[in-house]
Unconditional design. Structure first.
Length: 292
């Protein structure tokens, strides 16, 4: 998917919210379309995972998670960005969640789940000095979905730096991203949506019976794609929402689900669908009627 001229149009929408301790939070809203969010989140989670934290803040509780290595998985499936690390994972709805092969998610629920507002923030203390920096996301019901914590010049590891000696170099990521996504001073560093690289995946969920037979299908897909020279990633996945009809395969480019995919069918899918553009009707889900 093309990002056009790769420039974000500034919203020029700034707001403040008082905090109970006498300070305030400054929000700068930015375009939260899927392509823009995909570029930002890929930059944060794949390219700058060492610098960011992710979590949720409410009065009385803060959840903050850190990356100890690059994510094992960073993928977009049915509207949800899924990021998987060694010890935890997250989901964030950045595009319409249609609800699997049957598109069963009601329209109102799609609107509620998807990110409807995104903003860079600075949290100021009572002395009008910024003390923390990050990015917030809200859904269609104006509920806070997630907070990304950006590097803080007043903190080094678990320790606060001496008063008056912040490491201001740590603001470089915030300033760079703000120039791109809030102010529109710099181009988005991608010409295509980085989360929509084509992939074909095999379900490994225990609900996907007979799940114990997914490995031969995966190996057959991988070998066939490598032989073809296609720029398509072959991967495994969690539940693909088609249970008890395994092995189940999903092709991201045109949202096609396949069932009962043995190694021979896997080779046919690569040859006829991925290369020639013709779906393998006999194994499609939901079932399709072949046209004469």
């Amino acid at each position: 998917m093309s990002l056009g001229n790769s420039w974000v149009t500034p919203l020029n929408r700034v707001s403040t919210e008082p905090t109970p301790t006498g300070g305030y939070i400054e929000y700068e809203d930015f375009d939260c379309s899927c392509d823009v969010l995909s570029s930002l989140l890929y930059t944060l989670f794949q390219q700058n995972w060492q610098q960011v934290g992710v979590g949720h803040i409410v009065q009385g509780g803060v959840l903050e998670l850190e990356f100890t290595a690059a994510p094992k998985i960073c993928i977009l499936y049915d509207g949800y960005l899924t990021v998987v690390t060694e010890g935890w994972h997250l989901h964030l709805c950045i595009e319409a969640n249609l609800g699997g092969p049957h598109c069963k998610t009601p329209l109102e629920l799609r609107k509620k789940r998807q990110v409807n507002r995104a903003a860079f923030y600075r949290r100021f203390n009572a002395e009008n000095i910024p003390r923390s920096w990050g990015i917030d996301f809200w859904n269609g019901a104006d509920e806070n979905l997630m907070t990304i914590f950006l590097p803080n010049p007043y903190v080094e590891g678990e320790n606060l730096l001496p008063e008056g000696k912040p490491n201001l170099a740590k603001l470089a990521l915030y300033e760079e991203l703000r120039d791109i996504y809030v102010l529109g001073k710099k181009q988005i560093p991608f010409h295509k949506n980085p989360l929509k690289h084509p992939y074909i995946s095999v379900c490994t969920s225990s609900r996907c019976l007979p799940s114990q037979h997914w490995q031969p299908t995966f190996e057959s897909l991988k070998a066939a794609v490598e032989k073809s020279g296609l720029d398509v990633e072959v991967r495994t996945s969690g539940c693909l929402e088609v249970c008890k009809l395994g092995p189940v395969v999903f092709y991201s480019e045109d949202r096609t689900w396949y069932t009962r995919v043995n190694p021979n069918i896997a080779e046919i899918i690569v040859d006829e669908h991925l290369i020639q553009g013709k779906k393998v009707i006999a194994n499609c889900y939901p079932p399709m009627v072949e046209k004469n």
